[in-house]
Design a protein around this ligand. Sequence first.
Ligand code: SF4
Ligand code: SF4
Length: 449
Amino acid sequence: MSKAELTFEALTDERIARITEACTLCGKCFEACPMVPYSSAKGAEPEAVVRSVIGLLNDRPYAPEGAVWAETCQKSGVCIEACPEDVNPREMLVYAKLKLQREKQSPESRAGAGRGYFQLLSRTIRLMSAIQMEPGLWRRLTAVHGGKRREAGAVFYFGCNILQTPHILLSCMDVFDRMGLDYEVAGGMAHCCGVNHIRRGDLEAGAAMGAKSLGRFRAYSPERVITFCPTCQMQYTEYMPLYAKAELRLAGGGKAGGAGEPLPFVHITQHLAENLDLLRPLFVRPVNKRVAVHLHGGVEGVERNLRAVLAAVPGLEVAEIDQLSGHGYQCPTLVLPAAKRALRERLFASAREAGVDSLLTVYHSCHRELCAAEKDQPFRVENFMSILGEAMGFEYPDRTKTFKLYEDMDRVLGEAGDFLRAHGIEPEKAREELRAALYGEAPRPAVRA
Ligand code: SF4
Ligand code: SF4
């Protein structure tokens, strides 16, 4: 295969041709989509909407409903099960969205948008980590190891944004250590999956980043890569063929070190559920709480696996609650305001009605958005990893929630100033960025993972 045939764009064109051929325009995906009622595509004829999407994908004239639906997609994946053919409608809409975006961009603005957002996100993650962890720990977690290091049973690919909630990350590592897992960590911006560039239309830069990270995971010859972030998991499973080919391109077409071969990515909830025999003896303390779990669709098996893990925690009672789990695949990327409002209202009302002691988040990203809500609710908001820690007898304080609940930047900087200075950051200079990260909406939630 020539290098030109291995560009991300050429590879997506191949996928688009496959989708076009397999889709029968039955419209079942559109009918099943829970986001349609929130959009102006509501009431449109399903076949016509999908026909418009296919037109858009193939650079033909298209009716506006297809574009509206593509922009409305929040990636819950409810449509995937609804499709009777061998098509992933979520993937179809990702390409449609990219086409729309690229229609509006010059190559320069595309590259600038990806780079600009990446820099902003890096800075936010750095600051949020710096108010909560020592520089030595930061360096250890985000170190990049080039070349072949050692063989490890697993790589824990924690992504980047979980660094904003270190208590969750450290809890995962503590649990893995207690389970005796032979693993290495890989995360931070140097191990980006490339999604931030790809979502802004800079396909090649994003693919190159994701492929480079893939190579770094391979350096440990792991049996599996364990993820936490739903975006990382979705990217590397749904688009693995594209990343693997991008990796081959980076390697000049050679397959050294396994380049181009698929690598199994497994969400942490699956890894834990598959190892309940190792977990059970580690649960040495009862957790006498009634809890409910905040769920999203999007990543296969998370709900089932998490239920199995929580059922093994002694004393824990898990209440079933009515919630809108088809609204997005995580809270921050659910950017339709009415859908976000509806999700929260239903979730909090159901948890109150169920009389829970704690509402459990699964993803770090949802935790960041929801944790401070406990000030107005009769229950706590905790991450499920904190519950596992409690059952094992350890606790990492949730400083993200503490700082959010303060609603007071002077108090945050007063307590975190020494940490910031140790990272070489002057607290006052970080004030406004930290305010935005803790109490505002920065960086733009549409693309936070
Ligand atoms: S992924 Fe979710 S939001 Fe997107 S089209 Fe499918 S059902 Fe609708
Ligand atoms: S459900 Fe599948 S086959 Fe039917 S229109 Fe949607 S993508 Fe095409």
